[in-house]
Design a protein. Structure first.
Length: 478
């Protein structure tokens, strides 16, 4: 970090009312990340309680992910039409209803159904949060606000497994959903009181049901295909069919959007490099980051024979360094623009991933922790300026669409990163005399970390040459 961050002028700092507004607008993102990480940690308990299979209990996570991913663009568009505060406040309400129903679910099938309700609320919260920050805060403090939001996301990801696991161990898995209720109620009350109403669209616009349906179905087919590819075979007819269906649906989606006067996704946004490049680099950064995140527990537990608690601590350390790095990076981008901190962050992620790829079974724990810290810091540094660049390139009338694209880019990057890691691990677990051995896991993890380093380096190179909008202010889109 440059020394200029040590003394930020008061005019560039978030003041009291602005800080409270930013915290409130970011609280929904904290709640959704807390939910995802905590539920993931207690899936074995849910499986045991309902005596169900692993593929079935996986849908407790996947059902919410599919619904959230499919509806992000739709709720972003709806926020532009009706006002983002309305969608955000309603999102808390829907999420809380789903959460309460999950806590009382009598079986795994009802639990999956109630998780779909939670997914609808999650999409409403994630599609509105960055749009509210950009709409209600001046451009010169946008980076700090988005950095604060990123910090709360990482804090939720770090706190969820620890707090949720502790509660579940003492009170059962239902406590994980109960703990979210007071956080959601607090967010609901604060949003109603502290966030100003934003005016809806001046011209009445029709909802793009055809676009929303084809987009959601295409994304669902993609994520389903990525999820089942290892089991069915990536080049088998069954494995290729969901990916082919996804491609056909998205071609249909693009044709629908081009001919729609009120599209869910304004394709004109991608005609501006100052918007398209941040979207592309955001996807790449999450592919790289989730390659590391997914492979790290396998490297630590099966490759290095570390205890699960120690492996969990590594992930917590990565999350905490992101919490610390994100607000500093946001302040940096407010002072010097987004390009330099985004490039530095992606380069730092590449360095950390490369260091991890060079580790062996005999490498010191210091080297492992250093690689994890550097990679985690890189993600924390990259995200706020990237998000500021992306949101700043969209006009005010398209902030909801931009927020939906931002959240969708993150989800797609996560899915692709996990799929690539799954391919790499499946080869290590299923091929040759040493299949499943510590040596095979270490080799596979090293290749995955190296791939993450290459993708992060490519991201840094794109950031270095891409030009953000002048002063990070959006120009009109015609």
């Amino acid at each position: 970090m440059p020394a200029s961050l040590e003394a930020t002028p008061p005019s560039l700092r978030l003041g009291g009312p602005e800080r409270y507004l930013a915290l409130t607008a970011a609280l929904g993102s904290f709640l959704t990340s807390l939910d995802a990480s905590a539920v993931n940690a207690v899936l074995p308990l849910i499986r045991g309680a309902f005596h169900t299979t692993i593929p079935m209990v996986q849908w407790v996570l996947q059902a919410e992910l599919l619904v959230t991913s499919g509806l992000l663009l739709a709720f972003g568009r709806l926020g532009d039409q009706l006002g983002h505060k309305r969608i955000y406040v309603a999102g808390f309400g829907v999420f809380l209803i789903g959460c309460a129903l999950c806590a009382a679910a009598p079986g795994v099938i009802p639990l999956i159904a109630f998780r779909i309700i939670q997914g609808i609320g999650t999409a409403m919260l994630l599609a509105s949060s960055p749009a509210l920050l950009v709409r209600h805060l001046p451009a010169e403090r946008r980076g700090q606000a988005l950095g604060l939001r990123a910090s709360l996301i990482y804090l939720g990801l770090a706190a969820g497994p620890a707090v949720g696991g502790w509660l579940a161990e003492r009170y059962g898995w239902r406590a994980v959903f109960c703990m979210q209720l007071p956080v959601g109620l607090l967010g609901l009350k604060l949003a109603q009181r502290l966030i100003r109403d934003d005016p809806p669209a001046t011209r009445p616009q029709r909802l793009d049901f055809a676009g929303a349906g084809t987009w959601t179905a295409g994304l669902a087919a993609l994520l389903f295909g990525l999820n089942r590819g290892n089991a069915w075979g990536w080049i088998s007819p069954a494995g290729l069919m969901p990916l082919l269906i996804s491609a056909m649906l998205w071609i249909a989606f693009l044709r629908i959007e081009r001919g729609n006067p009120d599209p869910m996704l304004d394709l004109a946004l991608f005609g501006r490099s100052s918007f398209a490049w941040p979207v592309a680099t955001l996807v790449l950064s999450f592919v790289s980051g989730y390659l590391v995140t997914f492979l790290l527990p396998f490297y630590a537990i099966q490759g290095r024979q570390m205890r699960p608690a120690a492996a969990g601590l590594l992930l917590a350390v990565s999350g905490l360094i992101r919490v610390a790095a994100a607000p500093l990076s946001g302040r940096w981008s407010d002072r010097s623009g987004s390009r330099l901190p985004a490039t530095f962050g992606a380069g730092t992620l590449a360095l950390g991933s490369f260091l991890l790829s060079r580790l062996t079974q005999d490498s010191s724990i210091v080297g492992l922790v250093a690689g994890v810290l550097i990679a985690g810091a890189g993600v924390g540094i990259f995200v706020p300026p990237n998000n500021s660049m992306l949101m700043g390139a969209a006009p005010r009338s398209r902030q909801g669409i931009a927020a939906g694209i931002l959240a969708t880019s993150r989800t797609v990057g996560m899915g692709v990163g996990i799929a690539l890691a799954g391919i790499i691990l499946s080869r290590a677990l299923g091929n040759g005399m040493k299949a499943g051995s510590a040596e095979a896991i270490l080799g596979a993890s090293g290749r995955g970390f190296a791939l993450a380093a290459v993708i992060a380096l490519l991201t840094a190179m794109i950031c270095a040459v891409a030009r953000p909008a002048r002063n990070n202010e959006p120009a009109p889109i015609h």
